[in-house]
Write a protein that binds this ligand. Structure first.
Ligand code: NAD
Length: 497
């Protein structure tokens, strides 16, 4: 395969029909390090046709569950075998640290194993009591068909796998369109699926821009489901494009995630250290380019000065650099656009009265030729500020304060999003009360960021529609069918003649 043959259709690797290519940039030094095919509408239509054929005529949807599960497990093993190479590629492409790249590969392998186990442990149908022993009624689940899977740049391999693993486990065929900024590990994953023995045409990939490739997938009449992870504005376009053909739509969109800290969570020095450490991690891992980043610190007023002072001190010490360099804790932002957007949000926050406690600038000197920005803490924020309401997707933490539990909950829920949030408290009753009142798809108590493949992931409000992971993450890729069998048919005599 030459570098530009990154489109995979019906088992064959190709360049773009137009011959166009796209340069892939290393965000740590702003240099080109790979070239991929820039697919267009023609490539997309060919990929959908291949997936359609493989679904309608191919063996995969009818392959016994045990064989499908075995293939998913082989993929997990291949991912582990390639852990170092994939982790390093993800680190370079997305600008994350090498360790984060490796952890992503582990999580991806876990997702493949989880969905393999899930389908293996199912009963295969639910018998319904129809009230008569002359009726046999059963509900079965079937693959939905051809799936279009559209993914973002921040967790390229992980987001693709949260879709690909359940889609395959359920017996679907698919076309995946990775982000044009970070497509490389998804291309590698398709190679691993081939190596694991997936039949031709089941897994197809088109590298290229959101419009036309993603837009065409969303509207294509031969696509049965579109599962999209990305920003709110692209997500609404996908939903509109999918409307005419009434396809199933799953959306995993952005977040503006509150991290609520009560003073009682920090009574000992050790607990204080833990809460500060986790607040840093919540906001700044992967330079804040995380859909569930804890970018809104909502801290009890009496604790504010001590907490924010220590947080800002530690934020200033975070070591930036190329993700693969030893000792680096945070990589660059993914693109010049992301850097400019971050700078613009910080400027608007300062103009609206926020107080800068850390960062607020690009680092200077050698080694920072890429899109780096210092972890930034903005104190004295309030909920009318743009930086508090909108997703920055950069290393920017805003600080708001509260005096009562009700006030904390009201602030934490005052967002159009609803992806994730956390509450820190030593009071178990309060922890459960607040967790119960937060309108977010994931709530952490005295923690931030962990997720489990067994537990659903997704958002309330404008954070999306549907869920990934867990049993609901498999159900997205299925249709339910009720089969009602009359064992003793007789005339109904509704009509006299
Ligand atoms: P984006 O919306 O710009 O792009 C996401 C994908 O959609 C890309 O592949 C892009 O090419 C494609 N796309 C763009 N326009 C399209 C269109 N009109 N039709 C179809 N596809 C189109 O998002 P991004 O900047 O790559 O990713 C960051 C966003 O993703 C953030 O908002 C983040 O919160 C969100 N995200 C959410 C989750 C989650 O689990 N909820 C996870 C990761 C990222």
């Amino acid at each position: 395969m030459s570098a530009q043959q990154t489109i995979h259709v019906g088992g064959e690797w190709r360049s773009a029909a137009s011959g166009a290519t796209r340069e892939i940039i290393d965000p740590a030094d702003a240099t080109v390090f790979a070239l991929v095919a820039e697919g267009g509408t023609e490539d997309t239509d060919a990929a959908v046709a291949a997936a359609r054929r493989a679904f309608d005529e191919g063996e995969w949807p009818r392959t016994p569950v045990a064989e499908r599960a075995a293939l998913l497990r082989r993929v997990a093993d291949l991912l582990q075998r390639n852990r170092e190479a994939l982790g390093a590629l993800e680190s370079r492409d997305a600008g994350k640290t090498l360790e984060e790249g490796r952890v992503d590969v582990d999580c991806v392998a876990d997702a493949f194993r989880y969905f393999a186990d899930l389908v293996m442990n199912e009963s295969g149908g639910r018998v319904v009591d129809a009230g008569s022993d002359e009726i046999h009624s059963v509900v079965v689940h079937e693959p939905v068909g051809v799936c279009a899977l559209i993914t973002p740049w921040n967790y390229p391999l992980l987001q693709a796998s949260w879709k690909i693993a359940p889609a395959l486990a359920a017996g679907n065929t698919f076309v995946v369109k990775p982000s044009e900024i970070t497509p490389l590990t998804t291309v590698e994953l398709i190679h691993l699926l081939e190596e694991a023995g997936l039949p031709d045409g089941v897994a197809n990939i088109v590298t290229g821009a959101g419009d036309p490739v993603g837009a065409r997938l969303a509207e294509h009449p031969d696509v049965d489901l579109v599962s999209f992870t990305g920003g709110l504005s692209s997500g609404t376009k996908v939903m509109r494009a999918a409307a005419d053909s009434v396809k199933k739509v799953a959306l995993e969109l952005g977040g503006k995630n509150p991290n609520v800290v009560f003073a009682d969570a920090c009574e000992s020095d050790e607990d204080f250290d833990t809460a500060v450490d986790q607040a840093l991690n919540a906001a700044f891992i992967h330079s804040g380019q995380v859909c569930s980043a804890g970018s809104r610190l909502i801290v009890e007023e009496s604790l504010r000065e001590r907490f924010v002072g220590e947080l800002a001190r530690r934020a200033e010490k975070i070591r930036l650099g190329r993700g693969t360099d030893h000792g680096v804790e945070c990589g660059p932002l993914v693109s010049p656009q992301q850097l400019a957007k971050t700078e613009e949000y910080v400027a608007s926050a300062l103009a609206e009265g926020a107080v800068l406690r850390a960062g607020g600038r690009r680092p200077e000197g050698e080694g920072y030729e890429g899109y780096f920005y210092r972890p930034t803490v903005l104190d004295q924020c309030h909920r009318e500020m743009r930086v508090v309401r909108e997703e920055v997707f950069g290393p920017v933490l805003t600080v708001e304060t509260f005096r009562t539990e009700d006030e904390a909950v009201a602030l934490a829920n005052d967002t159009e999003y609803g992806l994730a949030g956390a509450v820190w408290t030593a009071d178990p009753g309060r922890a459960r009360r607040v967790a119960g009142r937060l309108r977010h798809g994931t709530v952490w108590i005295n923690d931030f960021h962990p997720y489990l493949p067994q537990a659903e992931w997704g958002g309330y409000g404008k954070s999306g529609i549907g869920r990934e992971l867990g049993p609901a993450g498999l159900a997205e890729y299925r249709e339910a069918k009720h089969i009602y069998q009359n064992l003793a048919p007789r005339p109904v005599r509704w009509f006299a003649g």
